[in-house]
Write a protein of this length. Structure first.
Length: 155
């Protein structure tokens, strides 16, 4: 349900009429009562802005799985994610050239581009399997299986 400004202001005014009577009975002058009212109204508006601009956590966010994504980022992950396409001259292949073990470098070069991208994300860039799965729009288990197959090829 959305925020109804007129209704909330009416409720606030009604509550404050009661408080105003109590303050007057306690002997507060009108200027002090008005300052208290102004403060409470600003506090009320501040809370309203906070509620409007804060996204509640869903149950998935409270699970122990440490995937590092906030619920808001998860909601827009597909819109803000990108895929990396490596070609022969790209940074990914340059990193392979830097490997001192010639046999390993040759096997990495022989991998298909998608497999090499996966290994760079996992082994070099330090991405977790769940993060790679989100980047590639697949499941974590699928990424785990691909990494296992690539490790067998590299042995």
């Amino acid at each position: 349900m959305s925020y109804n400004n007129a209704l909330e202001k009416k409720r606030f005014q009604k509550e404050w009429q009661k408080i105003r009577v109590e303050y007057e009975a306690a002997g507060m002058d009108e200027d002090s009562i008005q300052k208290m009212y102004d403060f409470d109204w600003k506090y009320h508006l501040s809370n309203r802005r906070y509620r409007e601009h804060t996204q509640p956590l869903n149950e998935k966010a409270l699970e122990d799985e440490d995937d590092g994504m906030s619920p808001l980022l998860e909601k827009f992950a597909e819109c803000v994610s990108c895929s990396m396409d490596f070609t022969e001259g790209d940074l990914g292949f340059w990193r392979v050239e830097e490997i001192e073990d010639g046999r390993l470098a040759a096997r990495l070069k022989a991998l298909p581009t998608a497999s090499l991208e996966l290994m760079i994300l996992f082994a070099v860039d330090g991405y977790k399997q769940t993060e790679i799965a989100r980047l590639q729009h697949t499941t974590r288990q699928n990424i785990c299986n691909k990494i296992s197959r690539i490790k067998k090829i590299l042995r």
